[in-house]
Design a protein around this ligand. Structure first.
Ligand code: GDP
Length: 440
C-alpha cells in the first residue's frame, strides 16, 4: 500500500530523522521534497501546497529548531497533519433506523457490489445485525447474479426483482421485505455507469429522495487517483453523501485519492477495501493510515485482524491436541488458512513497523503457502495425523504428487517438527526451557 509515497516521504524526512543537523535551510528543503512526494502520489496541487504550508507554520509556531529533538518533532507534525488531512478521527456508519437503510453509490467497476457484500458480512459478524442485500441494477442482469453469488457466499439474503425496471420501486419493495422478515439493515446496491452522466445521477438521486437512507455511501476505486476526487465531487453535489468507501487499496495505488478526498468533499472515508475476498474490509482510521504511509507500521490493525480470526473453540481444541502431542498436518493446514484469511501477505507485513520498508523488494504473493498446502494435500490422512510415519518412499510419493521435490518435503517436515516442539514448550509454561534452547 502506497509504497512509492512511503519511500519518497522516508527519503524526504531522512535528514530530520536524525541523520544530520537540522537547519532552517534543510527544513525548507525537506518540505519541498514532501510536497513533491505528495504530487507524485497524485495529490491535488493545492492540497499539497496547503499541507506543506501548514506543516511549516506549525514547525515555526513550536520553535522546532530550538527543541531537543527537532527531527522527531517535525516527523510528528507531518504525521498529525497527514492524519488531519485524511479526516482526523474515524467515523462509523449510522445504523440507527430499524431497518437502517444504507444506499451505495458510485461508478460501474468501483467495487460497489463487492463492498455491499463485504459490509453485509462485516455487520452480520457483529451478531446483532441481520442484513438484507437489495439488487437495484436494472440494466445488467449479470450484476443481479453477482450480488446473489456474493450473498450466497456470505450467507446473507438477497432481494431482487428481475422483471422490474424501476429501481425506486425495487428499493422500496426491498425495505418492505426487510421489515416483514426481521432484517435490521438493508444495503442497496445500485447501478453505476462508466463515467458520470445525467441519467445515472437522476436515477440515484430519485432513489435517494424516495427511501431517505440513514447512510449514503460513495464507493470509489482508489486506483483512479485525481479522477476519484472529481467523481466524488460530482456525486456529493447531488447526494450530499455521508461517507466514502475507498476500494482496491491493496493494489499499486499511489495514494492521492486517500489523501485528497476528505478535504475536497469534506466527508470522511469510512471503510477501505483491500482485496477481492469478502473479509478484505477495514474501518478507515486516518491516524493508522498516516502511520502506514510514514512507514511506521500499524500494529493495532494487525492485532485486530488476528483477533477477528480467533476462534475460541478452535483454540481450545488445538491446545488439547498440542498437550497430547496430537498436533498434525491437518491442524497446520487450518492455521495456514486462518493466516490467509487475515489478508494478503504483503499487506500484513506492511503493518509491522519497519518491515514494510525492509521487505518492499521481496516478492511475496498470496501463493506463498501454495507449495506447503500442495505437499500436505498429497499426504494420506494417516500421514497427516502421524507425521512420524514419514519415510523415504512416502516422501518421494508426496513430492511427486504435489509437484515439489523431496528436499522441499523434508524442509516442511523439519519446520513442522520445530514448530510442534515450540508450541509444546510454550504450552507447558516452558519459557525458561525455550530460552535455554535459543541459547544453545
Ligand atoms: P461495481 O460495478 O461497482 O459493483 O464493482 P464490482 O464490485 O463488480 O467490482 C469490480 C471489480 O473490482 C471486481 O473484479 C472486484 O473483484 C474488484 N474489486 C472490488 N473491490 C476490490 C478491492 O478492494 N481490491 C481488489 N483488488 N479488487 C476489488
Amino acid at each position: 500500500m502506497f509504497n512509492n509515497l512511503s519511500d519518497k516521504l522516508d527519503k524526504a524526512l531522512h535528514v530530520l530523522k536524525g541523520h544530520g543537523s537540522i537547519t532552517e535551510v534543510n527544513v525548507a528543503e525537506t518540505l519541498k521534497e514532501v510536497r513533491r512526494a505528495l504530487l507524485d502520489a497524485d495529490v491535488n496541487f493545492k492540497i499539497a501546497k496547503e499541507f506543506t504550508n501548514k506543516v511549516k507554520e506549525k514547525a515555526l509556531g513550536q520553535n522546532v529548531l530550538t527543541t531537543l529533538q527537532p527531527g522527531q518533532l517535525m516527523v510528528k507534525i507531518v504525521k498529525d497533519e497527514l492524519t488531519e488531512l485524511m479526516g482526523g478521527d474515524a467515523e462509523g456508519i449510522n445504523l440507527s433506523g430499524n431497518p437502517s437503510v444504507i444506499l451505495m453509490s458510485g461508478l460501474q467497476g468501483s467495487g460497489k457490489t463487492t463492498f455491499s457484500g463485504k459490509l453485509a458480512n462485516y455487520l452480520k459478524n457483529k451478531k446483532t445485525k441481520k442484513p438484507l442485500l437489495v439488487a437495484c441494477d436494472v440494466y445488467r442482469p449479470a450484476a443481479i447474479d453477482q450480488l446473489h453469488v456474493v450473498g450466497e457466499q456470505i450467507g446473507v439474503e438477497v432481494f431482487s426483482d428481475r422483471g422490474n425496471n424501476d429501481p425506486v420501486a425495487i428499493s422500496k419493495a426491498g425495505i418492505a421485505h426487510a421489515k416483514a422478515n426481521g432484517h435490521n439493515v438493508v444495503i442497496i446496491d445500485t447501478a453505476g455507469r462508466l463515467a458520470v452522466d445525467e441519467a445515472m445521477m437522476t436515477e440515484i438521486s430519485n432513489i435517494h429522495k424516495a427511501i431517505e437512507p440513514q447512510e449514503t455511501l460513495f464507493v470509489v476505486d482508489s486506483m483512479t487517483g485525481q479522477d476519484a476526487v472529481n467523481t466524488a465531487k460530482a456525486f456529493n453535489d447531488i447526494l450530499n453523501f455521508d461517507g466514502v468507501i475507498l476500494t482496491k487499496l491493496d493494489g499499486d495505488t499511489r495514494g492521492g485519492a486517500a489523501i485528497s478526498i476528505k478535504s475536497v468533499v469534506n466527508k470522511p472515508i469510512k471503510f477501505i477495501g483491500t482485496g477481492e475476498k469478502m473479509e478484505a474490509i477495514d474501518v478507515f482510521y486516518p491516524s493508522r493510515m498516516a502511520d502506514r504511509i510514514l512507514g511506521m507500521g500499524d500494529v493495532v490493525s494487525l492485532v485486530e485482524r488476528a483477533q477477528e480470526q480467533y476462534d475460541e473453540e478452535e483454540a481450545r481444541k488445538l491446545q488439547k491436541k498440542i498437550a497430547k502431542n496430537q498436533f498434525g498436518f491437518d491442524d497446520f493446514l487450518k492455521q495456514i488458512q486462518q493466516i490467509k484469511k487475515m489478508g494478503n501477505m504483503k499487506d500484513l507485513i506492511g503493518m509491522i513497523p519497519g518491515a514494510g520498508k525492509m521487505m518492499k523488494d521481496v516478492d511475496i504473493d498470496d501463493d506463498a503457502f501454495k507449495g506447503i498446502e500442495a505437499i500436505i494435500h498429497s499426504m494420506t490422512p494417516t500421514e497427516r495425523s502421524n507425521p512420524g510415519l514419514m519415510n523415504a518412499s512416502r516422501k518421494k510419493r508426496i513430492a511427486k504428487g504435489s509437484g515439489t521435490s523431496v528436499q522441499e518435503v523434508n524442509q516442511l517436515l523439519k519446520q513442522f517438527t520445530q514448530m510442534s516442539k515450540m508450541m509444546k514448550m510454550m504450552q507447558g509454561g516452558g519459557g525458561k526451557r525455550m530460552m535455554q534452547m535459543m541459547k544453545n
